[in-house]
Write a protein that binds this ligand. Sequence first.
Ligand code: GDP
Length: 210
Amino acid sequence: MTAAKFLTSASAPGGFPRDDVPEVAFVGRSNSGKSSAINAVTGAKKLARVSKTPGRTQLVNFFEIAPGRRVVDLPGYGFAKVSPSVRESWRGLIEAYLGRRPNLRGLVVTLDIRRGVTALDRTMLDWAESLGLPLLLLLTKADKVSRNEAAKQRGAVLREAPPGTSVAVFSALTGQGVDEARAVLERWFSGEAKDAASGQKEAPGGVHGA
Ligand code: GDP
């Protein structure tokens, strides 16, 4: 996965690539560790920009992680200081992408393990469920909590998540959960997602469903 590269940014649906290359999208609250997760999972350290000023960009970024496989970085949500107009443009862009993108194979949602599922995350999960999108929740920054707390939080999130959702304890810092996340993406890209979701199997790494 070292050949990952930036393809294009879009500020409106007209800028989305027009082809049928499969895509997996990442979304999450600002500062939830989404960019760090993209970099860790794709193995390209500087692909997505880890931000000190969350909520700054309202762009959908497209990356090619291998020939015929894309990762899409959706703008983060829940940044308190954005204006209503920016929030509306975010909503339009996300709705256009998640609701009307045939290329989309699955959605990765980053959740800070210390916060769990917030109200805005809940909205995103409900929406993904209504669209029938395969979901992977990454409980990020797991290095900041004990193993016991991480396991507890994972259980709580699993109970709240739509049926068939994969939930992985994750740390971009230590690499925990990276292999599990890659395995889920692999299933989605290779078209095995539906089988895995209906079976609700537990993967060796402790990831549920897919
Ligand atoms: P984004 O706004 O959701 O894209 O989040 P970023 O990836 O930019 O990360 C937000 C902040 O959390 C940055 O200061 C990162 O260095 C930090 N961070 C991200 N992932 C981890 C992690 O796994 N462990 C720790 N300790 N910090 C992290």
